[in-house]
Design a protein around this ligand. Structure first.
Ligand code: HEC
Ligand code: HEC
Ligand code: HEC
Length: 436
């Protein structure tokens, strides 16, 4: 992937006004620098801590954001596209000059908890520190031990190209004041949940809210790019994709179970739902390296969030509902899709692939992910190159993509047609993901 588009929306003017309102505090927004230390050698922490840190890093997805393509692991330089310009991820290898080799555990902990770099400059929340802030000291220390045991790479981070005034990092002090949960509150929640919930569920909650930062994509953002806590995990939009709500997983055509969720999160594929596409693919690829118990715990916790357990599941479409479907769509589907997705296609029988009638994208309220999947395809692990969803962006016109999507909806979903999906809507969606 060439770059990532992070959901930082916001009104610059509002930030500026807030900066003025909070005046004095912004002046103190550059925090004290922490003295560099000699890179620990041998690395800090024992073999056990390093191994645990590696499993935790897989849940935190550190590698995905901190590795550019092409680029060395963790050496940073991946451009994160925002509406205000580009933020580059940093080099977090133990290189002393360009990485975090000179960082003490104290400096690393401060960055994870408060978004402050070692020299004292404030970091942007494109780095999900508001979530990492809620991690335990032991987990932060294990991550540190793992990072310090990685190969050093000398790779200076490119300069961000943010539009004025967002290039002014001190503005983040205002943002932190408004949205960064105070440290005491963060640890209080994790203690309370430990008391009240089964250990597996409490573990899952801790991972989802802190290291896993699922809400960074699955929670809607306010105008300053902060997650709306009143609507946690109720669905967000990023990089041209919808990250579906995670509190109505049991209202899908086939309700999600712990086993299906665990399979999906660890392998990117669930036999009764389909494949993880778009930005979720990288998440699942990373979770594949996490501990199986931790991913099971995440699944267990997600299932406790369901608002309507099993009640509102719409019936999965079984027969063919083509009455409202565009005729061109049927012809195009027969030619381009039926060999894999038609009834009796080898892929669905031999490969045991689920029918499109079980797909979240096909049954979603918005056609966004359906169109995205058709345009971008679903890149599969190399070992499974045999079955992949090809990208059709270069094959079909906007009109044809709209006809195909509308036909697929009419044929495979028992829900009503997407009223808004026409060539213009497809053209807009194409523009939202220019790098793919
Ligand atoms: C969604 C993308 C993303 C993920 C996931 C992510 N980071 Fe980052 N991280 C960034 C970006 C972008 C920056 C730079 C922010 C800035 O310059 O203001 C950053 C900065 C940092 C810094 C500060 C480095 C410095 O020189 O100031 C550290 C430390 C860090 N990340 C560690 C981690 C660890 C550990 C993980 C996994 C647990 C992780 N990050 C996961 C995007 C990410
Ligand atoms: C980088 C953004 C991002 C992050 C981080 C992220 N997700 Fe997702 N997630 C998505 C997108 C986009 C989709 C839709 C993918 C598709 O249509 O195939 C998705 C889909 C899902 C689904 C399938 C929902 C359904 O009904 O089909 C589940 C379950 C899920 N995510 C759980 C999680 C969990 C748990 C975490 C945290 C460990 C997480 N996600 C982190 C973006 C993200
Ligand atoms: C070469 C085989 C192949 C062709 C041709 C193909 N697909 Fe796919 N498609 C796949 C595979 C493999 C997946 C992965 C998910 C799965 O196995 O269910 C997939 C997934 C999808 C999904 C997402 C299902 C989910 O997991 O939520 C949609 C929607 C979809 N395809 C639509 C289409 C449409 C529309 C066409 C024709 C324009 C098409 N596909 C052509 C192989 C194919």
């Amino acid at each position: 992937m060439k770059g990532r588009r992070v959901r930082i929306t916001g009104v610059t003017v509002v930030l500026l006004a807030l900066a003025v309102a909070y005046g004095g505090r912004v002046a103190r927004a550059w925090e004290r620098g922490l003295a560099p230390v000699a890179a620990p050698s041998p690395p800090a922490g024992d073999a056990e801590a390093i191994a645990r840190g590696a499993k935790l890093a897989a849940i935190g997805n550190c590698m995905t954001c901190h590795t550019a393509a092409p680029g060395q692991p963790l050496a940073g330089g991946l451009p994160l596209q925002t509406p205000f310009g580009v933020i580059y991820s940093t080099n977090i290898t133990p290189d002393e000059g360009s990485g975090i080799g000179g960082w003490s555990l104290e400096a690393f902990t401060r960055a994870m908890r408060r978004g402050v770099s070692r020299d004292g400059h404030l970091l942007y929340p494109a780095f999900p520190y508001p979530h990492f802030a809620q991690m335990s000291d032991a987990d932060i220390a294990a991550l540190y031990a793992w990072l310090m045991s990685r190969a050093s790479v000398d790779a200076p981070t490119p300069h961000n190209t943010l539009i004025f005034p967002l290039g002014l990092r001190p503005l983040m002090a205002v943002w932190n004041r408004l949205y960064l949960p105070p440290e005491s509150a963060a640890s209080a929640t994790s203690h309370a949940s430990k008391d009240a919930q089964a250990p597996e569920v409490a573990r899952g909650r801790y991972l989802v809210e802190s290291l896993g930062h699922c809400g960074a994509c699955h929670t809607p953002l306010n105008r300053l790019g902060a997650e709306r806590r009143d609507r946690a995990l109720q669905g967000g939009t990023l990089e041209g994709w919808d990250a579906p709500a995670l509190n109505d997983l049991t209202a899908r055509p086939r309700p999600w179970t712990q086993a299906q969720l665990t399979a999906y999160l660890r392998t990117g594929y669930a036999s009764e739902h389909g494949a993880a596409a778009g930005p979720m693919r990288a998440v699942t690829r990373s979770l594949g390296d996490a501990s199986a118990e931790d991913v099971e715990a995440i699944a267990a916790y997600l299932l406790t969030l369901q608002s309507t357990p099993n009640a509102a599941a719409p019936p999965a479409a079984t027969g063919v509902h083509v009455s409202t479907a565009p005729a061109n769509g049927a012809t195009l589907f027969a030619a381009a899709c039926a060999s894999c997705h038609g009834e009796g296609a080898a892929m669905s029988i031999d490969g045991h692939r689920p029918s499109l009638s079980l797909s979240t994208a096909v049954n979603a309220e918005s056609p966004r992910n359906m169109v995205r999947i058709m345009l971008d395809g679903i890149a599969w692990h190399e070992s499974e190159a045999g079955s992949f969803m090809p990208p059709f962006a270069g094959t079909f016109t906007d009109t044809q993509i709209a006809e195909l999507a509308n036909y697929t909806r009419a044929r495979f979903s028992a829900l009503g047609p997407w009223s808004s999906l026409d060539a213009k809507a497809v053209a807009r969606l194409r523009k939202e993901s220019p790098s793919r």
